[in-house]
Design a protein around this ligand. Structure first.
Ligand SMILES: O=C(O)CCC(=O)C(=O)O
Length: 234
């Protein structure tokens, strides 16, 4: 099952096909639906305003309300994936569902996740989990492979007011489409450039994005902890 971590440092990502059980998928889908049923909140209160109404919803930082989600986030599958990629114990730093609305789901521009942190930090791991089959039609993620040892830094990003997002790549590459079945994990570094397409299908495209660091991520000026620092217990 966990087959491709060997290339993680040289490629900047690894794919774990069919990684989640049906039960794990259902736990995440149920939590996602509960949050989707709430009124839309496009961000703010210390979060980036990256939502775009029903077209691109980020349902963030609510795992403590769902004990089974928290158990998953800190459990054995995540332990294997994070140890495989980071080669050391990890802690939960951040989590959010990302839902592209049916028929109108917005794309998401090229970025490195670390560009959203706002200050120097040790690169971390994003664990992107498909809750639906991901296709080019419904807004899958596209990656630019990156040798993490050769290119260990953040690239310049520009904030785009019209689309509520950072853009960190201005070249011609369209990236490798991470088309996959629901239950697949695409794990990539916070240095790996990625984007996602629009959802033109009649069904929503749901994903769960959880992020793992090797140390607490703190504002170097204030010492304030960003998000979470919960050890993965396995
Ligand atoms: O799920 C997606 O469409 C991409 C999400 C993403 O790039 C992110 O949360 O950094």
């Amino acid at each position: 099952m966990l087959d491709t971590q060997t290339g993680f440092r040289s490629q900047g990502y690894a794919v774990f096909e069919d990684a989640l059980s049906e039960d794990e998928l259902n736990v995440l889908r149920a939590a996602c639906q509960t949050l989707l049923d709430e009124p839309i909140d496009d961000g703010g209160n210390g979060r980036h305003k990256i939502g775009l109404g029903a077209a691109r919803r980020f349902l963030a930082h609510r795992h403590e309300e769902f004990p089974a989600v928290e158990a998953f986030l800190l459990g054995p599958l995540i332990d294997r994936i994070t140890q495989g990629c980071l080669e050391q114990p990890a802690m939960l730093f951040n989590e959010q569902f990302v839902v592209k609305g049916a028929g109108k789901g917005a794309s998401f521009a090229w970025h490195q996740d670390g560009a959203y942190v706002g200050y120097d930090h040790t690169p971390y791991l994003t664990v992107w989990i498909a809750l639906d089959d991901a296709t080019e039609e419904n807004g899958c993620v596209y990656l630019l492979p990156r040798d993490l040892d050769a290119k260990p830094d953040l690239d310049p990003h520009e904030w785009q007011d019209e689309t509520n997002e950072l853009n960190g790549y201005f070249g011609d590459e369209s990236g490798i489409p991470m088309t996959c079945k629901a239950g697949t994990v695409v794990a990539f570094s916070s240095l790996t450039l990625h984007r996602s397409g629009a959802n033109t299908t009649p069904n929503p495209r749901r994903a769960y994005v959880c992020q793992y660091s090797v140390e607490p991520i703190k504002d170097p000026e204030t010492g304030e902890l960003k998000r979470f620092a919960k050890p993965v217990t396995g």
